[in-house]
Design a protein around this ligand. Structure first.
Ligand SMILES: Cc1cc2nc3c(=O)[nH]c(=O)nc-3n(C[C@H](O)[C@H](O)[C@H](O)COP(=O)(O)O)c2cc1C
Length: 211
């Protein structure tokens, strides 16, 4: 049985650029045997389509992940919830979801979480994580950022969320977009409390191989 077969994690995908961060994170969790409770906003669906193509449509997401990341993703369970369904199990604190990541997180959803609006399932599930003092990882992407956006990040951090901006590093000498996505997904898995080997551990010095 995979290492984390009992764990349940909520993943929300919203309409900010960086759909590949979401798919890499989903694949890494599923490959560990995690039960992923997935909710995708309307603009999150559009981003999956616009950035990754027709094959990444939510209806075909598991085959897409299997094709791109390998058959291990079938070790986990993927449950997809409607963003309109405020009665879904992740809308309740009594459901044993141990953590959640919003990846990528739009500035609109960030604002909704910061102000506890619970207008849809993404915002409600995030609100549940905060009220239950569980792990909430927010992966915002926007540039530049306005003062309200910066303040919304502070509000979320003060409420207990981890702000994990979509800011891949370059000291590991990435060669492909997938290398950048691996780095971000690895950071998200670490924040959710999972071991991984998505990027090499920092050894104290950069590998001097020529770029
Ligand atoms: C192609 C595309 C890229 C976008 N990129 C971003 C982005 O990086 N950050 C952001 O905050 N909003 C971005 N937006 C705008 C959001 O999708 C928009 O504000 C939307 O209402 C967010 O709704 P949601 O949070 O429910 O997904 C983008 C929209 C499109 C169509």
């Amino acid at each position: 049985m995979p290492a984390d077969a009992q764990a349940r994690i909520a993943i929300a995908v919203t309409g900010a650029s960086g759909a590949i961060y979401a798919t890499r994170t989903l694949a890494a969790l599923l490959s560990r045997g995690v039960h992923v409770e997935l909710v995708i906003s309307e603009y999150g669906r559009r981003l999956l389509h616009d950035e990754l193509g027709e094959a990444a449509h939510v209806e075909r997401l598991l085959p897409f992940l299997t094709e791109k990341y390998g058959g291990d993703v079938r070790s986990g369970v993927l449950t997809v919830h409607s963003n309109k369904d405020l009665g879904a199990r992740i809308a309740s604190g009594s459901h044993g979801c141990r953590g959640m990541a919003i990846v990528p997180c739009s500035m609109k959803t960030l604002a909704g979480v910061a102000h506890g609006l619970s207008r849809n399932l993404v915002e409600r599930a995030a609100d549940v994580m905060l009220k239950e003092r569980r792990t909430l990882v927010i992966v915002p992407r926007e540039t530049p950022m306005s003062l309200p956006q910066l303040k919304n990040m502070v509000l979320c951090a003060e409420a207990g969320a981890m702000i994990l901006p979509a800011m891949p590093a370059f000291y590991q000498r990435p060669k492909t977009l997938d290398d950048l996505a691996d780095f971000m997904a690895g950071k998200i898995l670490s924040a959710l409390g999972f071991d991984h080997d998505l990027y090499p551990a920092w050894t104290g010095q950069v590998d001097r191989e020529e770029p």
